[in-house]
Design a protein around this ligand. Structure first.
Ligand code: XMP
Length: 181
């Protein structure tokens, strides 16, 4: 599996340092929130980021989930985001923090942000580990960003290609000949 990766973009140590910083930033941002926040990870890509981030957030929180998909099988071209399922505690009048692995074209986050907004939360903020700058339209706003990266298809630390590689502890670029695109 490691041999399928052409280059490592972000090492385990770099990710861990940045997630710790993000945790401090986010905890400071919500320090006055009395009722705590509702964290809504977008599965499956954000699972590893979520697990690390919440353990760096010493604040009152509830966790829901949204399941979305934008790729089918072995493609790396987004095919239009779909919200497959949602499992949420009450969000009305509460602070919601959506957590996703990557902001790429923005289709997935727009869909989830709009869907969550219908539940009338007090405010919606969004944290992403990765962002490919300049790709998402300006109406898809994110409040916390781990890293801006170049426009390559990346895997690892929760991100997959064809449902593989999520367990790599780093973020890497796959060897291009592995893509059936
Ligand atoms: P959009 O384009 O809707 O993408 O912002 C969001 C979702 O698509 C997946 N995605 C990727 N997955 N490497 C991946 O493994 C990538 O480079 C990549 N770009 C987008 C991801 O699940 C994200 O939530």
């Amino acid at each position: 599996m490691q041999g399928d990766v052409e280059s490592i973009l972000l090492t385990e140590a770099q990710i861990s340092r940045r997630v710790e910083e993000l945790g401090r930033e986010i905890a400071r941002f919500y320090q006055d929130s009395q009722d705590g926040i509702v964290i809504v990870p977008i599965l499956s890509g954000s699972i590893v980021f979520l697990a690390d981030l919440i353990r760096k957030l010493p604040i009152r929180m509830r966790i829901g989930m949204a399941i979305a998909s934008s790729y089918v099988g072995t493609t790396i071209r987004p095919e239009g985001a779909r919200l497959l399922a949602r499992l949420l505690p009450r969000i009305k009048d509460r602070e919601v923090l959506i957590v996703d692995d990557i902001l790429d074209t923005g289709g997935t986050l727009r869909l989830v942000q709009q869907n969550i907004a219908e539940g009338e939360p007090r405010r919606i903020c969004t944290a992403v580990l990765l962002r490919k700058p300049g790709k998402a339209p300006p109406d898809v706003a994110v409040d916390f960003v781990g890293f801006d990266i170049e426009d390559r298809f990346v895997v690892g630390y929760g991100l997959d290609y064809n449902d593989l590689y999520r367990n790599l502890p780093y973020i890497g670029v796959l060897r291009p000949e592995l893509y059936e695109d």
